[in-house]
Design a protein around this ligand. Structure first.
Ligand SMILES: [Zn+2]
Ligand SMILES: [Zn+2]
Length: 259
């Protein structure tokens, strides 16, 4: 899942970064991280510890890296991928049974490491990912475009077979996908049995989704569209459910950021 949330042009960096995170803690250094002397000996296997024969300092594979002493190291890759999935620090603290500060310290170390080794990925992770639309991950962008098309179609489709007699002689009435059948004279609404029926103000749907995709908080969406916080949180839930049901799973995760 998280894999699709990274832009295509950054996936090689992402692979390499995840690879680093799993091998770094095991990999012996080439030289002493303090004096760069290459003569050192292994002192312990668990945890892997070395001692320099020149400066006599002890070190391990993570000494002098941003991840020094951030055990267990298995958390690092986990935090990275869950943050890409938009898990909050609090959610992660809960999942890992630690404090949000511990998660934050590890994320800061990850960001330092990205900056040193994967500058483009670092830029995406720290800025673009959070604020802009123009570098949305490929999958998210595609699903967003597809969903927008469906919404426009739902709101503008002129003909729809009658729900009662299947006649195609129907006419659209009102904004919310309502129709009147000219054959049996009944009216029907194509959204009736869908979760969309719970969301009024069809004219706001497109802007609402756009704000979701751009990762606005409930508070800022409420201000922009002049809705109550309660309404925004309800709508977010319904839309994310719909995205999930319609097969836009990644988009649903992307838009379902905890508020
Ligand atoms: Zn040394
Ligand atoms: Zn009819």
């Amino acid at each position: 899942m998280f894999y699709n949330l990274v832009p295509a042009e950054l996936q090689n960096d992402f692979d390499a970064l995840l690879n680093d995170l799993s091998y770094l803690p095991e990999q012996a250094k080439e030289s002493c991280p303090f004096c760069h002397h290459i003569d050192f000996q292994k002192i312990r296997q668990k945890p892997l510890t070395f001692r320099c024969k020149c400066c006599h300092k002890y070190f391990n594979p993570l000494t002098k890296t941003p991840f020094n002493r951030l055990v267990p190291t298995i958390w690092l890759g986990l935090i990275l991928t869950r943050r890409i999935e938009k898990a909050t620090l609090e959610t992660l603290a809960y999942e890992l049974n630690c404090t949000p500060e511990m998660v934050k310290r590890r994320e800061r170390a990850l960001i330092d490491y990205m900056q040193q080794h994967y500058p483009k990925f670092h830029q995406w992770y720290t800025q673009t990912r959070l604020h802009e639309n123009n570098m949305l991950p490929t999958t998210i962008k595609q699903q967003y475009v597809d969903l927008s098309k469906i919404i426009v179609q739902l709101l503008t489709i002129e003909k729809f077979p009658c729900a009662y007699c299947q006649s195609s002689n129907t006419v659209r009435i009102g904004q919310r996908a309502g129709f009147r059948c000219r054959s049996c004279r009944k009216t029907f609404n194509i959204l009736k049995d869908t979760p969309l029926n719970k969301i009024p103000h069809a004219e706001l749907w497109k802007s609402f989704i756009e704000l979701l995709v751009k990762n606005n908080t409930n508070k800022s969406i409420a201000q922009t569209l002049e809705l109550s916080l309660n309404t925004v949180s309800k709508w977010r839930k319904v839309w994310c459910e719909l995205m999930q049901n319609w097969g836009y799973e990644e988009l649903a995760v992307w838009c379902n950021k905890k508020q």
